[in-house]
Design a protein around this ligand. Structure first.
Ligand code: SAM
Length: 224
């Protein structure tokens, strides 16, 4: 009666732990955000376990069945398309409800974009705040304003389509002197990092069309 939360690579297929492969192989069922994506990845590690879809559009509908299976002794792992489930990906609801039903939850350490982006930023890591994706509409401006006075390093996930828009919206609140690190395509062939002011980042991405996956880290207020 255990739920395993299993991180999978964010790009480079070598970034999986021996334990993650072992836990997945020993699972009765693997819950996956997108079964087609996960099928390809699991095949790479010769993992042939029954995959069931579990994502933000069906998790409320499916959760009672999954809890029942866990209580019956089924070993279930949850994975997402990339990285750690529950980090801007499905997983939280199942973890919360499993614990509420006295089901043991084990989250394996492993790939996520958050930690490499933070460490690689060179900004203080002793205290940081992870914002995931900023709200797209309602609450976006007030979130940006509250982050502008944040005293910890800030980490934000962003899509290539919104990166310039987001940096442009951050600029008037964060000012000219705040430093950002924008990493792109972590662990992949075309991994790059930009470091500089927000204004410089806007200019850089206006000249270099943003493609791929991005994480923005912002230095805390009054830090260089
Ligand atoms: N669960 C994932 C994790 O643990 O990082 C996050 C999934 S979230 C749906 C996808 C976002 O994570 C992307 O838009 C990007 O901000 C970030 N991300 C994921 N993989 C990345 C990579 N290889 N390089 C840079 N950012 C990445």
């Amino acid at each position: 009666m255990s739920l395993f939360v299993v991180p999978t690579p964010i790009g480079n297929l070598k970034d999986i732990t021996y334990r993650a492969v072992e836990v997945l192989k020993n699972s009765d069922i693997i819950l996956a955000e997108d079964t087609r994506t996960s099928h390809k990845i699991l095949k790479h590690y010769s993992i042939n376990v029954k995959l069931e879809s579990f994502h933000m559009h069906n998790e409320h509908k499916k959760i009672q069945k999954v809890l029942r299976q866990l209580k019956e002794g089924t070993t279930i792992s949850i994975i997402s398309d990339a990285g750690t489930p529950g980090i801007s990906d499905p997983g939280f609801l199942l973890v919360r409800e499993s614990l509420a039903n006295q089901i043991e939850v084990f989250c394996l350490p492993g790939p996520t974009a958050l930690i490499p982006a933070l460490i690689q930023s060179g900004f203080p890591t002793d205290r940081f705040v992870f914002e995931g994706f900023l709200p797209q509409k309602k609450g976006r401006l007030s979130r940006i304003k509250s982050l502008a006075i944040e005293k910890r390093t800030i980490v934000i996930y962003e899509s290539p389509h919104r990166i310039i828009k987001t940096l442009t919206q951050l600029l008037p609140h964060f000012g000219e002197t705040r430093k950002v690190s924008v990493v792109r395509e972590l662990t992949k062939k075309f991994e790059t990092q930009f470091r500089g002011s927000i204004n410089e980042a806007i200019n850089y991405f206006s000249e270099n069309k943003p493609k791929g996956e991005f994480v923005i880290s912002i230095s805390a207020e009054l830090q260089n």
